[in-house]
Design a protein around this ligand. Structure first.
Ligand code: HSE
Length: 403
């Protein structure tokens, strides 16, 4: 088998892990021929010959000796320019850049069509779990009802440590960074935006519809407090940061990212630390569950390697579901049941509740449990960003089907 030359862009946690994995793998028949980095002098765990490094991405994307580009850099806009340039210059590409993909998938689909080159990105969503390729190839559009789960390892690591081990939030976040799970700016992990980017990618492959991240409600865990943990514990539940895309009917679907109360009989209740877990629900098979390491250098590198191998076999995403007609439409006109905790910001009067079922007031904080439209949560984004506010969703889709 001919050895392929890989041009690697990005040599951080994931890039270095891929380098190690390729050096050790016996049957990959691939080598890293050039590495594009931001700094030539930055100290790195893995030392490579200086001649391998470059700071100019065109030395990879336009290099006739490079067969395939693997892109794991940080900055979404540089990543988009690099990936586009590689495709235009006749290279297949493997990317792990979820923020870039979530923003630019429509253009990248078109570019693949125009150039005939392939872009694979299973590593972008849920690390080592092969969720994209399975949604693309196996799960038929008609039968698929819901894809829901924990898509971010760092925030799940923090929640596990705080919730199950009573550890301090800031310490847990620092460890998630040290262990190489977190983004270089970890606010993307805890704000839910990293989960959202993955949800956008998953939705395209699950039901064939692209929804821009800016149009989706996302709420994270930066303001989680002891009051919220106690509320969940009293009810025998955990709080997890959950992303979900749900078909409401043949014509409509919704999607959002929010902390959610999770009962012990749910699959994701037992998904702890940096693990991810994805529940795929369908008409005929009820629920299926995919579980695995969602963050960290080696798990992500394993997924990149799988995409590299898939390209050797001429695999490409065909985006078959985007051609289905009719496809369901995205709606936010759907009531959710949420817990809203606050102190100075008056969420009882400040939000257009459809109904309130529980209210609590103490000297230091208040909470409300009630129904509210997802569209109204989107409209109230500014108010909900206040530091004294925390929201948590009660699951409501398909709960009657589960015991
Ligand atoms: N920061 C991400 C996470 C890395 O914690 O899940 C994997 O995408």
């Amino acid at each position: 088998m001919k050895e392929i030359n890989i041009g690697l862009a990005g040599f951080g946690t994931v890039g270095q892990a891929l380098y190690k994995v390729i050096e050790q793998a016996r049957n990959v028949h691939a080598r890293i021929a050039k590495i594009c980095v931001r700094s030539l002098t930055k100290p790195r765990e893995i030392r490579v010959p200086e001649s391998l490094l470059t700071i100019s991405f065109t030395e990879i994307t336009r290099n006739p000796d490079i067969d395939l580009v693997v892109e794991v850099i940080d900055d979404p806009e540089t990543s988009f320019r690099l990936v586009s340039d590689a495709l235009r210059n006749g290279k297949d590409v493997v990317s792990g850049n979820k923020a870039m993909l979530a923003r630019h998938l429509p253009e990248l689909m078109e570019l693949q069509r125009q150039t005939g080159k392939a872009l694979l990105y299973d590593a972008s969503s849920c690390g080592s779990i092969p969720v994209i390729r399975n949604l693309e190839e196996y799960y038929d559009n008609d039968l698929l009802l819901e894809v829901k789960g924990i898509l971010n390892g760092s925030s799940n690591y923090i929640l596990s440590r705080v919730f199950d081990h009573n550890e301090d939030y800031a310490d847990a976040l620092e460890r998630a960074q040290k262990l190489g799970f977190a983004e270089s700016d970890p606010s993307h992990d805890i704000s839910g935006n990293d989960s959202l980017n993955k949800l956008v990618i998953i939705t395209l492959h699950a039901i064939g519809v692209y929804v821009a991240p800016a149009d989706v409600f996302v709420y994270g865990i930066p303001t989680l407090g002891q009051e919220d943990i106690l509320y969940a514990r009293e009810k025998g539940m955990k709080i997890k940061l959950v992303a979900q895309v749900v078909k409401l009917s043949d014509d409509l679907f919704t999607m959002f990212v929010m902390p959610e109360f999770v009962a012990p009989n749910r699959y994701i209740y037992a998904v702890d630390d940096e693990y991810n877990g994805v529940v795929i629900r369908g008409e005929c098979y009820d629920r299926q569950f995919m579980f695995g390491k969602g963050a960290g250098g080696l798990p992500t590198a394993s997924s990149l390697l799988s995409d590299i191998t898939a390209l050797r076999h001429d695999y490409r995403y065909e985006y078959k579901k985007t051609a289905f007609a009719p496809r369901p439409e995205y709606t936010t006109d759907i009531p959710l049941k949420i817990y809203a905790r606050f102190s100075q910001t008056n969420l009882l009067d400040g939000l257009p509740w459809l109904a309130v079922s529980e209210e609590y007031r103490s000297e230091s904080f208040r909470y409300v449990v009630g129904e509210i439209l997802l569209a109204d949560l989107i409209k109230s984004r500014k108010l909900l960003e206040a530091e004294d506010v925390f929201l948590c969703n009660f699951p409501r889709f398909f709960t009657e089907r589960d015991d």
